[in-house]
Design a protein around this ligand. Sequence first.
Ligand code: DLL
Length: 434
Amino acid sequence: MKNIWQYEEETMSLDDLKQFQLERLQSTLNRVSENVDFYKRKFKDAGIDVAKIKSLEDIKHLPFTTKQDLRDNYPYGMFAVPLKDIVRIHSSSGTTGKPTVVGYTKRDLETWKNLVARIMVAGGVSANDIVHIAFSYGLFTGGFGLHYGAEHIGASVIPVSSGNTKRQIMIMQDYRSSVLVCTPSYALHIAETLENEGLSRNDIFLKYALLGSEPWGEKIRSEIENKLGVSATDNYGLSEIIGPGVSGECQCKNGLHINEDHFYAEVINPDTCEVLPEGEKGELVLTTLTKEAMPLIRYRTRDITRLFRDKCPCGRTFIKMEKPSGRTDDMLIINGVNVFPSQVEEVFKEFDQATPHYIIIVKKKGHLDMMEIQLEISENLFFDEMKKQRTLLEKMHERMFSVLGIKPKIKFVEPKTIERFEGKAKRVIDERQF
Ligand code: DLL
């Protein structure tokens, strides 16, 4: 069938799928327990004999893996193959200055491009399309991940990368881009810039938008669809698991099909860690079933969703996840970039003049996210020394950019103006609505 990339896999019967998953899980468990010291230790401490995992239900006995585990084993400690077999490295922000590192073997890259091709085809893309990729290319998995998937389909790929919106629009017009790939907030920003330039959807040639990397709702979808003249689908992924290509919507736009033959999905209660029945909302936990370089067992994504298996008119049989609606930790997603408040704190710790009192305010400026950090500084610096203040501000901006990868606005405020808390401090005010 034309609009399903790997027809046999994506329309597999549930019985076949379960058998497939079990075999792949067992082989992954054997590999990690032999090749990754972290899992060797973890299984030993939990009294797990991987040979006794005989059914998919047994997975609930296995310990979880967290972002902290990846951090503790920074940079290469989670790899299950020698470095000579790693052909690509990406990373994403960690909870403090250090990012989490992920690696891919040649076969992982083959798998990845097929999984991305699946979600792109599900979103409407074909070999006849001109795919405009406005995700950044670099350590972030978005640019390269979607790039290779689109090329694999045979589409013509324009690796525009992010930023310079007017130039993006010129390229879209001149090269006749038919598919836009970026974050939903950037798609809206492009739509707004188009309007500001006195142009409309009739002046561009877009048909589809494949959007992901941050939460967005139906209101934003219809605005993007109307203003850009596209059919917009959501796709989800995280670098620790593979990057984009974990799940994506089909044209039915009712849940994201998870590539279940490569990732085993569970939803847990984040407080008790108990596995919840299908349909209940909780934290998504993913186990990689085919990853060679960095297999992960029961990785706590911190993303809140629910799983459901309906009979989808598109013909795909894979389980669906609802659009992720939030996080169980304090990670913020600012224009697609992940930011932890603890990273902000680490930067401030480098400066003697910074007090421990700060607050992060996140809001929308137009359609883009804006992050402002208000920081109390010492009294004499606040009142007397403007020049010193400016120099300090410049240095802080520089450090924030190098640690966070974005440029927040930093505002110095008078001592004792930020609210004090007796219990856990509230460090973030997020005024955005998705
Ligand atoms: O954002 C991978 C990606 C790139 C997905 C491009 C889709 C498109 P990370 O930078 O590691 O990877 O961030 C992963 O972003 O745990 C979610 O919290 C959030 N996220 C990703 N996709 C979605 C989405 C990439 N469609 C983190 N809806 C994840 C809501 C999303 N949140």
